[in-house]
Design a protein. Structure first.
Length: 131
């Protein structure tokens, strides 16, 4: 139980790196807030088909190693500049962070540059393999 608890301490750097790779080009992530396992994204979209951009992001999040896709919810979606020729939209997305970091592919953690979490998992595995 201790091994699992220590290896499941979240890695903010890995999560941030992964999310930065998943955000579509026409979406700007303006806020990402985490309280416990709850994760909230606030984004701006400047595109003729904003719903497609939001859907693309949601589909990409499905492949995330850190986000629990089953709990993703589009909380709010609206136009924030009605008068402008190029409408800008805002989307709020809420989800939960997975708490099973020890099951994440080690090569993936290395690719994300999350060496702290990778080393923590490797060291715990070595300690418990020797018992």
């Amino acid at each position: 139980k201790l091994r699992e608890s220590i290896s499941n301490i979240s890695s903010s750097s890995a999560l941030l790196k992964e999310v930065s790779l998943l955000v579509p080009q026409d979406m700007q992530l303006i806020n990402m807030h985490q309280i416990g396992d709850k994760l909230t994204f606030k984004s701006k979209i400047n595109h003729k088909k904003p719903i497609e951009i939001v859907n693309a992001f949601l589909i990409r999040l499905e492949d995330s190693e850190f986000i629990n896709f089953d709990l993703i919810d589009l909380k709010d979606f609206n136009s924030i500049e009605e008068e402008s020729e190029d409408k800008i939209y805002e989307a709020d997305i809420e989800s939960n962070i997975s708490n099973e970091f020890s099951k994440i592919n080690k090569k993936y953690l290395k690719d994300l540059g999350s060496l702290g979490l990778l080393n923590r998992i490797n060291n715990l595995n070595k300690i418990f393999e020797n018992k």
